[in-house]
Design a binder for this molecule. Structure first.
Ligand SMILES: N[C@@H](CCC(=O)N[C@@H](CS)C(=O)NCC(=O)O)C(=O)O
Length: 222
């Protein structure tokens, strides 16, 4: 049994989607980000970074894993699925996973900060992050023109990138002309495990409406 500590956000969905794909039994402990539950002592003992997601593997000596990318790799390696084991195949998946962790995630995160949450609108910052997200989307589009999935067969690299990229309207990034990216967004989004993982945890009243979502994000940013 896996315990998942999470919230309805892109990094959280990576963990719930992979658990659904792997059909691993898990329990969900929602973390109220707007109440800063992720900074409480008991939680920081599991996740020194004080952010979601975290998993605890009850079947492996209560082993805790933080960082969404590390969670994906841990669960893929635990089950021998969603990541090849040969050196080149594994490296391809890791390259596109790192691309998401170091590029797509942080840049879309900053686009959200300046486009949605910052009380003061700074055009330079908004343009900078929108341009960088668009550039990264073009890199993905080019890769997807030649490959059905980002790193060969469907893998944790698709789960990681999809969990962020499908939220492009919230970040205000355009995807016009990126037909391969659109094809892949639809194909991954149609997977039953992706659809059920995307609903974990159930969005709270807070997260359902844009204005309250912005308010709660501002509480975390100060
Ligand atoms: N690199 C971390 C980033 C985690 C992260 O930024 N999580 C956000 C939600 S998507 C969070 O917990 N924010 C709350 C906060 O900053 O206090 C990962 O991939 O797990």
């Amino acid at each position: 049994m896996i315990e998942l500590y999470t919230s309805p956000t892109p990094n959280g969905w990576k963990a719930s989607i992979v658990l659904e794909e792997l059909e691993l039994p898990y329990t969900v402990r929602p973390i109220a980000l707007q109440k800063l539950e992720q900074k409480e002592d008991w939680y920081v003992k599991l996740n020194p970074n004080g952010r979601i997601p975290t998993i605890v593997d009850k079947d492996n000596g209560d082993f805790a894993v933080f960082e969404s990318g590390a969670i994906l790799v841990y669960l893929a390696e635990k089950t021998g699925r969603l990541m090849p084991t040969d050196v080149k195949g594994r490296s391809r998946v890791m390259q596109w996973l790192m691309f998401q962790m170091g590029g797509i995630g942080p840049m879309m995160g900053q686009a959200n900060v300046f486009y949605r949450y910052a009380p003061e609108k700074i055009p330079f910052a908004i343009d900078r992050y929108h341009r960088e997200c668009r550039r990264l989307f073009e890199v993905l589009d080019k890769q997807l023109a030649a490959h059905e999935y980002v790193a060969g067969d469907y893998s944790i690299a698709d789960i990681a990138n999809w969990s962020w990229v499908h939220t492009y309207p919230w970040s205000g990034v355009e995807i016009d002309g990126l037909d391969h990216l659109k094809r892949w967004l639809d194909a991954v989004g149609e997977r039953p495990a992706v659809q059920s993982g995307r609903l974990v945890p159930q969005a709270t009243e807070m997260a359902k409406d844009a204005e309250t979502l912005v308010d709660s994000a501002r509480k975390i940013l100060v």
